[in-house]
Design a protein around this ligand. Sequence first.
Ligand code: NAD
Length: 421
Amino acid sequence: MVDSILEGVLAQFHNAADEINLDAKYRDYLTTWKTIFQTHFPVEMDDGSVRMFEGARIIHNSALGPTKGGIRYSASLTLDDVKALSMLMTWKCAVVNLPFGGAKGGVIVDPTALSMRELQNLTRRFTSELEPIIGPDKDIPAPDMGTNAQTMAWMMDTYSMSHGYTIPAVVTGKPVAIGGSEGRLEATGRGVLYVLEAQLAAQGGVRGKTVSVQGFGNVGSVAARVIHEAGGVITHLSDRFIALHNPQGIDVTAAYAYAGNGTHTLREWHEQNPGSTEEIAPDEVLTAEVDVLVPAAVESVLTKDNAPNVRAKLIVEAANGPTTAEADAILNERGIPIIPDILANAGGVTVSYFEWVQARQYLHWTEAQVNEELKRIMSVAFQAVAARAANNGKPVPQRQAANWIGIERVVAAIDLRGFYP
Ligand code: NAD
């Protein structure tokens, strides 16, 4: 059974590699992780007790440049998840043509169960543990699930303190006041809108299309908001606490203003605004009859069990790995197109790249500059994937095409660099 995200990501890789007749030497290289760093470390809690935590940073491949990838805080994080996500980062950076390799990291912790002080202690100690791995020319973390701009501020400060001067380029996704980029917070959700607009260009664009969004965190809340602002009708919306429905369209502007920054949940918003939405079963968000489904929460939510019931006409993978390999096969068979994660959510790493460039040049771009350049890069990547998916009259899923492009670009870099020594 192929169900874990790692098995799924590896299955996708081998499937793509078979089709392009990838030489065995690259296949072994690309299915082996460059660095797997694991650490156990103590954190003093508010009550004076000391708890041990487990964290990891995994570098998949650095052929294209310094490595890039988020830091995830999650109670259910596994080493296999981090491996899979680091491999996805390699292909993602290559698909949007960034000079970065792929990495990922995280700590096994439920961040909502810790106080701010405990979270800061944990983040600072974990950053110290990562000292041999990370660096502005080596490996550059960013936020992911359970972490945010504040986490990156603590990481940047801890790394800078140990070097004796401020090194803003060691992480991205920082607050704007200390070297973060305009538009970074919104970049992944905005990138989702740009690929969606490109995909629907021949069908009148996003305006008037019904959309179901799962997840109301950094990615889901912004994706829902910008799709709503572009004229899309968000009929279904959920977070981990509640799923909501309004056939006329949910007032996402209001939901975002109340719950978009993570201080409130969608359930609280629903309770504050009785009658504006009805509560539905969580899985209905995935099986709703809509034009577009945007899974923007966690991995492996589209499975062999619910894929036969999906009624969306298009899926845009804002989350990483939301579709298991079995579900992918079912959805392909059913002819439901999927804009794959390594293209659809690449807006985040793209603006992280802009932030890194700005930090290295001590420059500050305007939000308009950031969004314009983001749109350009996402559009170029989308067109490249769409053209490749056409496959000379024998169309293949966009996921296959995106994987081909990602793998080929990394292999080209390996070839040019050669095998050391
Ligand atoms: P987040 O922690 O900010 O938000 C996650 C959201 O999902 C929350 O609203 C949570 O309540 C909801 N959620 C969790 N389980 C759920 C469930 N079973 N059903 C419905 N909702 C559920 O995380 P994020 O940064 O928004 O990341 C979401 C996804 O996007 C992840 O897969 C992440 O790897 C991916 N991603 C994030 C970025 C980024 O820039 N943050 C970039 C690329 C990809």
